[in-house]
Design a protein around this ligand. Structure first.
Ligand code: DQA
Length: 145
């Protein structure tokens, strides 16, 4: 039915151990596994990718152009300052959904701006790992249209 690429930014490889009071105890492997299960149940191809490196994320987004139907991305700290990732999303032309585990608007001032959100379809944030599953549902509903 389509292909979805899920990109996890820096430090998200540490989910489950990292600042658990903010990000919870679910690991990235568990999140990816749940996404894969849901995708395969509805016949969607799903690829997951995590990187701590801005350039690798830029290259992944560039490579998605013409190959992927939707990108789901948690740019993590890059959300707040990576014009390079924003430009990659804007130029790839792949509809993109931004997700954050925490409510970035209820946190430190420097987290309250997303430079990437304006070039996405929309943002889901504050619902913990459910945000990833909700993002995938949004992509599935659009793919079905
Ligand atoms: C985050 C929020 C960012 O501010 C932070 O740098 C992260 C995770 C989130 O999912 O809540 O690494 O993107």
């Amino acid at each position: 039915m389509g292909k979805v690429l899920v990109i996890h930014g820096p430090n998200l490889n540490l989910l489950g151990m990292r600042e658990v009071e903010i990000y919870g105890t679910t690991t990235l492997d568990e999140i990816n596994e749940n996404l894969r299960n849901r995708a395969s149940a509805v016949g969607i191809e799903l690829e997951t990718f995590q990187s701590n490196h801005e350039g690798e994320i830029v290259e992944k987004i560039q490579g998605a152009a013409g190959d992927v139907d939707y990108i789901i991305i948690n740019p993590a700290a890059f959300t707040h300052y990576s014009i390079a990732i924003r430009d990659a999303i804007a130029s790839a032309g792949v509809p993109t959904i931004e997700i954050h585990l925490s409510n970035i608007y209820a946190r430190e001032e420097f987290r309250q701006e997303s430079v990437t959100a304006p070039v996405t379809i929309g943002q889901i944030q504050g619902f913990g790992p459910d945000g990833y599953y909700l993002s995938l549902e949004a992509a599935i509903r659009r793919l079905k249209r």
